[in-house]
Design a protein around this ligand. Sequence first.
Ligand code: PMP
Ligand code: GLN
Length: 394
Amino acid sequence: MAGHAQRLDGIPPTIFSEMSALAVRTGAINLGQGFPDADGPASVVEAAVSALRNGRNQYAPGIGVRELREAIARHQHRHYGLDLDPDTEVVVTTGATEGIAAALLGLVDPGDEVVVLEPYYDSYLAMIAFAGGVRRPVTLRAPDYRLDVAALQAAVTDRTRVILLNSPHNPTGTVLRPEELQAIADLAIEHDLVVVTDEVYEHLVFDGHRHVPLCTLPGMFERTVTLSSAGKSFSFTGWKVGWATGPADLVGAVLAAKQWLSFTSGSPLQPAIAHALDHEWRAYEELAADLQLRRDLLCSGLAALDLDVRIPEGTYFALTDVRALGWPDGRAFCLALPERAGVVAIPTQGFHDDQEAGRHLVRWAFCKDAAVTTEGLERLARADLRAPPGSRSG
Ligand code: PMP
Ligand code: GLN
């Protein structure tokens, strides 16, 4: 008897857990999984403690506690000029991860096609498969990792149900530009598609790049589910508080699926994130400014190793091509890295259908403290990172 259900066939264990376990096992510096060294604002922790102490410990409503839904609506208004009804157009999820699952399970029927940017976040692959959907990747390609509009148009068929987007994009660091967003909107409207857009890095953009939510384009609100999360904006990745927003019918579909996943999300962290959204928005502005410095530190250090680095416009990840060091395979490189250098990074080949485009790509996180990043870079600089002779490429 097989050890698992067929729906898990072809879905490998998440690379983030694998690589973080490798870092713990080898004592390596973890420049892999995206979680910061520094926690978010103390007042938010205090708000959670207060909620724990003051009886916010039983089930929250499935849709999420009222003050958080209202704070999310205020956040969407403040930043994007959107007017959301917190009773019907907002649902709290257990991280964006549950938002992704609930959106796909709530909106995709078996056989429906889901057009998705690749490299794709690994849970998209699993959740499209769980929903019985068919993945139609559109590749963001080196060197600039921009959206190929012709490829996107070619990926849409009469079986397409959903376009699944992510901007700012993990792992390439691409922030979709207005003309790219407009091309997506035109296509979605022409083919009457739903768009699920994962915007967890909405506040982590650099160099004056601006994140524009797709749902703010004309004709898009009614067909867009927008996902976000407090994890990245407020540096509380372990809290797993996320949300989905959009028109009542689509948010209703997300909630209809969510109720069978977690039923409701953890109660006491929700008022704390409401406090964060209302009062601690400077935290993500400061985080973005500080991350830009750490991005520059990491990227210049990686470039000094002769790695081909893509300077990210947003997120806290930088993508490199390790063929410059003779490695045709990013996974082999990452598995050798702890022993060679005492550092862990993430191979992103599992986020690609197109292995020609993705086999050699490796992602590095710059959300770690500057001192940790510097130590990681020093270890890399001291190490012999060249591929063993037999395995070399170009
Ligand atoms: N989407 C993307 C693109 C991510 O990088 C992450 C990691 N934060 C998630 C979703 C999951 O978010 P959460 O931790 O809120 O579940
Ligand atoms: N999203 C983070 C990353 O991309 C952490 C992994 C996860 O949430 N599964 O590294």
